[in-house]
Design a protein around this ligand. Structure first.
Ligand code: SF4
Ligand code: SF4
Length: 135
């Protein structure tokens, strides 16, 4: 739904225009929704379909309630990024899973289920330990 926060990348490098690559991430998000389920401030929509925002289709984060939560807990929250199945270290089992999830929807359902089994559907928030990220 939103586990990535890109801002902007600028370059003067000459680049060749190629075609979009479908990594099946959007369809995986529709099955997964783990970031939305785990968000302690319910700032991430759980809708199946993205909405048009300023001419772009997206699942729009409620920035105010997210930032309010940061202010309340005294650090960045980061739960949405920590629980995202795509955030796991790229060890060989995870590389295999990424490959298989791009094959079909059945694999996506299987691996979101297995992610819940191995890592928990709603892992407990870790205690703030003084680091900015808190983990
Ligand atoms: S940082 Fe925390 S509060 Fe903000 S959207 Fe992510 S999980 Fe929700
Ligand atoms: S946690 Fe799931 S729904 Fe959220 S960004 Fe990651 S893959 Fe998509």
């Amino acid at each position: 739904m939103q586990g990535i926060r890109l801002s902007a990348v600028t370059t003067g490098m000459p680049l060749e225009v190629d075609k979009p690559v479908d990594l099946s991430i959007q369809s995986f998000c529709v099955v997964c929704k783990k970031c939305a389920v785990c968000c302690p401030s319910q700032s991430i929509p759980e809708d199946d379909d993205p909405k048009e925002v300023n001419g772009t289709l997206r699942w729009k984060l409620k920035e105010e309630s997210c930032f309010d939560y940061w202010a309340k807990v005294g650090t960045d929250c980061n739960v949405c990024m920590r629980v995202c199945p795509w955030s796991h270290a790229r060890t060989w089992p995870h590389k295999l899973i990424v490959y298989l999830t791009q094959r079909n929807r059945l694999n996506q359902q299987l691996f979101t289920f297995l992610d819940d089994v191995f890592y928990g559907r709603k892992p407990k928030a870790k205690r703030y330990n003084g680091d900015w990220a808190g983990y």
